[in-house]
Design a protein around this ligand. Structure first.
Ligand code: KE4
Length: 431
């Protein structure tokens, strides 16, 4: 048995499914999850000493590569002064100033400890601000594990949500309406059928969580104007896209101004950090400035702030990072498209900046129904063929890949070659 296999057997006796977050368990691709021991730059190293080229980067945060020295140094310097005070600190003011500078729609911001906390708080504030109960989300978009988001698309004209997980009450689900991504008419119908009842529309402006799915031309603009028309708070969940698709996130790239933005991942530099913020008139509803309660023992703690500040300062001061990320994304997806041609496949690749997904379907993918036409057994064989060639992908078809600037041109070429070989191997094994 490999060390990962041994650790996984023991982990399963102690931790539900042997992991602390479900996607890590390799359930959708099969096999034993790799237990990672260390990482540096573009590489991960597992407990058996094997090296992998990273295309997940902790699901987004490690945009500068693993163990990036300025971030590491900031944490080393910070830990000498204790880890947490539970009192306000200078670094939280610096972080708030930096975020509001980099993302101008964010006039005020509250730090929390995860993306889930950020989205849960954002819809609570929107409900408090509008005095309305319902929210609209999109099928295939993931906003963390808060009850209001674990909702499948219900049936019927109202498209009432139904719980997607035991433990989520029907009452909670009834306040979540769902629509297909990229379907403006469906959103308009929901707003008309629930007049003055919808507090917020929340979406990933570029979806990562059904695989990478881009907004069709006019979709984001349409959502913005519908929210204006109906007095609905528009929440951009930029936990993935924030500070990745541009310094100011997807909202900068697409030129759309949301009312609230949720953030995470990159703003913690790999430490547990989330944040939500936006219009001051809405954020002033948040306790203790206003009546909407939200709190957190370790929110804004000095170690996480040190890591996040070092990463955000670097991104803010080095625009060449974004130029390089665009280059890497372009090179990789061009190579992957060539690989599909060589394998005689006409599968769909959705790509923007340093995010992309190769969907094992010939259908264009612009919503969750399209994404679900993928050949999942084929993806599983492909995933393991890539792993065998030392390339670590997201262990699910329904996830975006994330590049870091640590990926050199030589490594890009290596990944492209691995992709060509893995596609052919996966196809042959399926015959
Ligand atoms: P966390 O609570 O996991 O920090 O953030 C939740 C969240 C919110 N919004 C978006 C757009 C997200 O992508 C996420 C978390 N992303 C997943 C990746 N699909 C994290 C990986 C995991 O669940 O282990």
């Amino acid at each position: 048995m490999t060390t990962s296999e041994q650790l996984f057997e023991k982990a399963k006796t102690l931790i539900p499914g042997g992991v602390n977050s479900p996607v890590r368990a390799f359930r959708s691709v099969g096999g034993t999850p790799l237990f990672m021991k260390s990482a540096k730059g573009p590489y991960l190293y597992d407990e058996d000493g094997r090296q992998y080229i990273e295309l997940i980067n902790s699901w987004g945060p490690m945009i500068l590569g693993h163990a990036f020295e300025p971030v590491e140094k900031a944490v080393r310097d910070a830990i000498q002064h204790s880890f947490s005070f539970g009192a306000p600190t200078r670094k939280e003011v610096e972080m708030a100033e930096l975020i509001t500078t980099m993302v101008p729609s964010v006039e005020k911001v509250r730090m929390v400890n995860s993306g889930t906390e950020a989205t849960m708080a954002a819809i609570r504030v929107a409900r408090g601000f509008t005095n309305r109960d319902k929210i609209i989300k999109f099928e295939g978009c993931y906003h963390g594990h808060g009850d209001s988001f674990l909702i499948a698309a219900g049936s019927g004209a109202m498209t009432m949500g139904v719980p997607d997980s035991p433990g989520v009450t029907k009452a909670t689900a009834a306040d979540t309406l769902t629509a297909p991504f990229n379907d403006l008419a469906a959103v308009e119908a929901l707003l008309d059928n629930n007049h003055n009842q919808v507090a917020a529309v929340i979406l990933e402006p570029v979806v990562g969580n059904m695989g990478c799915v881009l907004p069709e031309p006019g979709f984001l603009e349409g959502i913005r104007s519908l929210c204006n028309k109906h007095g609905v708070v528009l929440i951009f969940d930029e936990v993935m896209t924030g500070f990745r698709l541009a310094k100011g996130g997807a909202q900068e790239r697409f030129g759309i101004v949301p009312d609230l933005t949720t953030m995470g991942k990159i703003i913690g530099g790999g430490m547990p950090v989330g944040a939500y913020g936006g219009r001051a008139d809405i954020m002033n509803m948040v306790s203790p400035a206003g009546p909407v309660y939200q709190a957190g023992t370790l929110s804004g703690n000095p170690i996480a702030m040190s890591a996040g500040l070092a990463m955000l300062h670097y991104l803010n001061e080095h625009p060449e990072v974004y130029t390089r990320l665009e280059e890497i994304g372009e090179k990789l997806t061009t190579g992957f498209r060539a690989g599909l041609v060589k394998a005689g496949l006409n599968y769909t690749i959705n790509h923007i900046g340093s995010m992309f997904t190769m969907f094992m379907t010939e259908r264009p993918v612009s919503n969750f129904i399209d994404a679900k036409t993928c050949d999942l057994p084929l993806f599983g064989r492909y995933f393991h063929a890539m792993l065998k060639r030392g390339v670590y992908l997201a262990p699910s078809q329904f996830e975006s890949l994330f590049m870091s600037v640590a990926l050199t041109d030589e490594l890009v070429d290596q990944v492209i070659l691995a992709n060509e070989e893995s596609l052919i191997e996966a196809m042959n094994k399926g015959e």
